[in-house]
Design a protein around this ligand. Sequence first.
Ligand code: BDR
Ligand code: CA
Length: 310
Amino acid sequence: MKQIIMDVDPGIDDSLAILLALRSEKLNVLGITTVSGNVELHQATKNALKAVQMSGKRTPVYKGAELPLVKSYVDATDTHGKDGLGETFYQDIILEHENKHAVDYLIETMNKNPNGVEIVALGPLTNIATAIQKDRTFAGNVKGIVLMGGSARYPGNCSPVAEYNFWVDPHAAQIVFQSGIRITMVGLDVTHKIIFTPNLREIVRQFKTQISQYVYDITQFYVDFHWKQEKTIGCVINDPLAIAYLISPEIMVTKYGYVEVETVGIAIGQSVVEFTKHRTNIEVCMEVNTESFFKVFLHNLFPENIREID
Ligand code: BDR
Ligand code: CA
């Protein structure tokens, strides 16, 4: 079983990723750390607790950074709704977050388990960059980071060249890439292909479980947004792909490269990826088998129901 910590900004697709990770038998999620991103920290933390509650587990949740390192904070409530969960405004969250700060939790856990725990980062990289800066042993003790963010060849979703997670805190992203930690980048090159179509949503709705209703409800706003914004039918669910990669790495083709993240000017937040043999600091996911992704996604979320229609 892989030991992981999830660093998230839920977010509709982060919530799906949390559910996928907590329901997988191949992953042991030790803890979840939150960061301001799609919605501000307090709401992101509530949404993480809601996803944990839906999973039936009691995974601890730690609140982290409220603001990016340097740049002013910009949320993504236009994409994820005012509450970050497609304006479902859940009032039934009974779980509570831990008192320890996310950055201290990350540092303590990595230093207690040198090279034993991977981080899956699905939001702006503020918590991880802060941990790198705060504790000199931290980076050397992280087994690896699988992150959703950036892109190598695909255009940006926040500016012509920048992806949201890197664009929100480009300084943090640059610190993480310069840290020497082994990084796998699951960027827009592959995630833009993961479209949760109306057909799939309807299949999920008909499973008629609490989780299926939750997945259906929180994705409605996302579907409407994608239609208004780019006339896509269905919604792109980026973050679960990083989890699916940990569960089944064979669903993607990766390539070694070197990346830096731009921290100034019109290209701020852009990940510039060079594919060269001379230097590498990253493994970039370049191709994905979307059918295999959805198999992993549905089999883990709905093991009983999916067997019936397989
Ligand atoms: C990323 O930005 C957020 O809106 C999503 O949760 C995902 O992590 C995609 O660019
Ligand atoms: Ca996210």
